[in-house]
Design a protein around this ligand. Structure first.
Ligand code: ATP
Ligand code: MG
Length: 470
């Protein structure tokens, strides 16, 4: 069985109860009895001193009669709930407040049995049937000890007093125990149950099940932890989805060219494709191989941006000139498709701080898309504007546009809109993902405005180098 916190806590609670009970029953009980014994003895000693110095001495001197002294002793004994005796040096009981007659003699009476203390417990030379507390004071006349005043009180009375105190201690312990029980209840509701929920959810997460929600809505550390874990699970589950989608896309994009290459190669080898047709199919194979090459290149490129701290080769260059150069590289295709460019540049040079080769790649991808998704006989407009220490670069076409629900997805790896699939079968869907990574490592922004069937405009920013103006 798995060890959990709760049984340990309950065990601790029970141990606390039992130890508390035993402490009171043994330790507190003994200490209390000792204390009561000492306290009572001291009270009785004060009393016996008084009796010895006044009444007993007067009796010895003969200034008080035996009856007077006895009746006085009886009154004091009743008040003290004790027995008072006057004993001669040889153990003869001269006066007693109890039922014993005064002629009794205590056998083996020896006052030195008290030692250095003024009190002792026991049966007092077997004159009592039970444990008794005995206190003595010497009766001194003319500096000579003539006898002793003894006060005896049954230990039973002291034990009864102690039991009263101990009962109070037990009741206090019961109240403390009850308070601890309430505390445990509170702890169970506010800490233990939520922690158990969190532990269960964490176990589910570790098994890859991210659907488990932790239902804790408190405004404390535990609530905060639960909310964080819920958030983490949601993020992990989308991450997992993304990863699955990514692998499916990669596999699909690699499989289709490979399948067609394999098909054509087999057909050429077994003679299905006649010799004179082979060139055409070898060209297709070459194109497919190029596509695979591009795919691999793009993925490697993207992987580079995935790792943090991509090194940029920042320099100051004229973005207008860069645009013109990139546009030139598309002249051949544009002539084929009868697409023309309109460049509305800042008029003068616009120097920016950026990694030139990477920005060329951005422009290349955006213009490539604009051409691919434009209709023949249309114009692509490229515009640069300076505003607030930034240069805004816009690439705008009047092509097929992007459906509204695809607007966010175009930045994802391998994503292609359904509209575009008919127009461009070669695309990998990685171009814009790379564009976004490049712009974001420059700490700049890129946005898209598009209307399906009307056209698309991509706008991104670069930091302006103001020292290099015309
Ligand atoms: P690659 O860039 O690798 O050749 P691709 O062009 O299909 O492939 P991206 O550049 O990432 O991939 O673009 C993703 C998708 O966004 C495109 O497939 C297309 O559906 C849509 N898209 C991008 N630019 C435009 C545009 N100018 N007009 C319409 N749709 C666009
Ligand atoms: Mg592209």
């Amino acid at each position: 069985m798995k060890r959990t916190l709760y049984p340990k806590l309950l065990l601790g609670y029970a141990a606390f109860g039992i130890l508390g009970f035993l402490t009171i029953a043994i330790f507190t009980s003994r200490l209390t009895l000792n204390y009561i014994e000492r306290d009572t003895a001291s009270d009785l000693y004060r009393e016996s001193n008084l009796l010895a110095a006044n009444y007993a001495a007067n009796y010895y001197r003969g200034t008080m009669t035996l009856e007077d002294v006895t009746s006085h002793f009886v009154a004091v004994a009743t008040y003290l709930d004790a027995e008072i005796r006057v004993v001669s040096l040889d153990g003869k009981v001269l006066i007693t407040s109890g039922s014993n007659t005064s002629s009794n003699t205590i056998e083996d009476f020896d006052i030195t049995a008290f030692g250095t203390s003024y009190y002792q417990t026991g049966t007092f030379f077997n004159t009592f049937p039970e444990e008794t507390l005995s206190v003595f004071s010497p009766i001194t006349i003319n500096y000579k000890v003539r006898g002793y005043v003894l006060i005896h009180k049954p230990v039973r009375d002291l034990i009864a007093l102690k039991d009263g105190f101990i009962n109070i201690a037990y009741m206090t312990l019961a109240v403390i125990f009850l308070c601890a029980f309430v505390l445990i209840g509170l702890f169970t509701c506010t800490v233990y149950i939520p922690i158990r929920k969190i532990t269960r959810a964490a176990r589910d997460y570790s098994e890859g099940n991210f659907d488990t929600q932790i239902n804790i809505q408190t405004n404390d550390e535990i609530g905060y932890l639960a909310a964080s874990l819920n958030y983490m699970a949601a993020e992990l589950s989308t991450l997992e989805d993304d990863q699955r989608k990514f692998i499916a896309n990669v596999s699909h994009d690699f499989r289709s060219p490979l399948t067609s290459i394999k098909g054509y190669v087999e057909a050429i080898m077994d003679g299905t494709i006649p010799h004179e047709m082979q060139d055409k199919y070898l060209n297709i194979i070459l194109l497919e191989t190029e596509r695979l090459n591009k795919l691999t290149q793009s993925m490697l490129e993207l992987n580079k941006y995935g790792a943090r701290g991509t090194m940029l080769d920042i320099s100051s260059f004229d973005i207008n000139n860069t645009i013109k150069l990139v546009v030139q590289s598309f002249e051949g295709i544009c002539q084929e498709k009868k697409i023309s460019f309109e460049l509305i540049l800042t008029g003068h040079t616009s120097y920016v701080y950026a990694d030139m080769s990477k920005i060329q790649q951005v422009l290349y991808n955006l213009i490539d898309n604009a051409i691919k998704f434009s209709h023949p006989d249309s114009t692509i407009t490229i515009e640069t504007t300076e505003k607030n220490e930034k240069v805004f670069i816009s690439v705008k076409d009047t092509g097929i546009g992007i459906p509204k629900d695809s607007m966010k997805k175009i930045w994802e790896r391998f994503y292609k809109t359904d509209l575009s699939r008919g127009k461009d079968k070669r695309g990998t869907g990685l171009g814009l993902a790379i564009v976004r990574e490049i712009i974001s490592v420059h700490n700049e922004n890129i946005n898209v405005i598009s209307t399906e069937g009307v056209g698309t405009e991509f706008i991104f920013t670069l930091p302006l180098n103001q020292d290099n103006r015309d």
